[in-house]
Design a protein around this ligand. Structure first.
Ligand SMILES: Cc1cc2nc3c(=O)[nH]c(=O)nc-3n(C[C@H](O)[C@H](O)[C@H](O)COP(=O)(O)OP(=O)(O)OC[C@H]3O[C@@H](n4cnc5c(N)ncnc54)[C@H](O)[C@@H]3O)c2cc1C
Length: 270
């Protein structure tokens, strides 16, 4: 059985700024990282590989430099890494992205039965959490979102049991395979690659599939296949805070001033 992990290269958003003039993300000089949730998806796939001997393929849609993301996955132990890259894939919204990733899974499935597709819960740049469910819908797979524990994989019955992390409660669900799972951080602690594995990954092959391989109708991919677009991106304006007293030289006086202020606004009860 093949497990496919979808990993996206994202800018390290702790350092991303918004250009106030163009309202776009300033990406120049920003380091890229593997979307953190996808590292947990990758770890889950590798643990299943360790336990059951499944093969693991990592796929990523992105520009040529997204290869670095896949090389990290190779260093960690995936068996196959595929970069889905073509100019016609550019400008994709979540629907067009799902179409490309789905086609890649279908092509992989033609050679080896895909049992699981693993995705992160969401990305830290797009943040939509739509792509995983989008892939599941197109593949006709059961979708198990927000998974924080894989309880059991029963290969005889072709079933998987997972725990979903919901607000204030957990839900344990059994589902037939194949399935698509999106994972949360609590699922596991991602491993670090050993030095020999890093060295091996330097020369490991990363397949690049463009649209000559996927053969998707250009009306369903990239900008043309994207019915949604970002009309504006901005940081919410915040009121300037008020500095109460001189906390450095007179902390007690400042604390008293603050208490008086909170009392006067009925924000503090004594
Ligand atoms: C309205 C709209 C318009 C957009 N227009 C553009 C545009 O013009 N140009 C542009 O570059 N981007 C654009 N984007 C961003 C692009 O659509 C997203 O990067 C992409 O669809 C993934 O969405 P997301 O980041 O919200 O992923 P989520 O749905 O939050 O991701 C969930 C999971 O899906 C998987 N996944 C998501 N994306 C990928 C990927 N590329 N490869 C592999 N796995 C993946 C990962 O496992 C990830 O954890 C747009 C997004 C929106 C919402």
């Amino acid at each position: 059985m093949l497990i496919v992990v979808c990993i996206k290269q994202v800018p390290d958003t702790t350092q991303v700024q918004i250009d106030p003039v163009t309202n776009t993300l300033v990406r120049d000089g920003i380091p890229f990282i593997v979307n953190p949730y996808d590292s947990h998806a990758l770890e889950a796939a590798l643990q299943l590989k360790d336990m059951f001997g499944f093969r693991v393929a990592a796929i990523s849609m992105g520009p040529p430099n997204a290869e670095a993301t896949l090389r990290k996955a190779l260093a960690l132990g995936v068996d196959q890494a595929i970069l889905l890259s073509d100019r016609v894939f550019g400008g994709a919204d979540t629907l067009a992205t799902s179409n490309v990733l789905t086609r890649a899974v279908q092509l992989l499935n033609e050679k080896e039965e895909v049992g699981l597709v693993l995705c992160g819960k969401q990305t830290i740049d797009g943040d939509t959490a739509q792509v995983g469910p989008g892939i599941a819908t197109r593949l006709g797979y059961v979708q198990l979102t927000l998974v924080d524990r894989i309880e059991q994989v029963d290969m005889l019955r072709k079933k998987i049991t997972v725990r979903r992390k919901l607000e204030g409660r957990h839900e344990v669900v059994e589902s037939p395979l194949p399935a698509m799972i999106t994972v949360v951080r609590e699922l596991n602690h991602p491993r670090y690659p050993t030095v020999p594995m890093r060295l091996n990954a330097i020369d490991a092959e990363i397949e690049v599939w463009n649209n000559d391989v996927l053969k998707l109708d250009v009306a369903n991919i990239g900008l043309k296949g994207s019915p949604t677009w970002v009309s504006r991106i901005f940081s919410p304006e915040r009121e300037k805070g008020e500095i109460v007293g001189d906390g450095l030289n007179d902390p007690i006086g400042s604390a008293n001033l603050l208490i008086d202020k909170l009392l006067s606004k009925d924000l503090l009860a004594i």
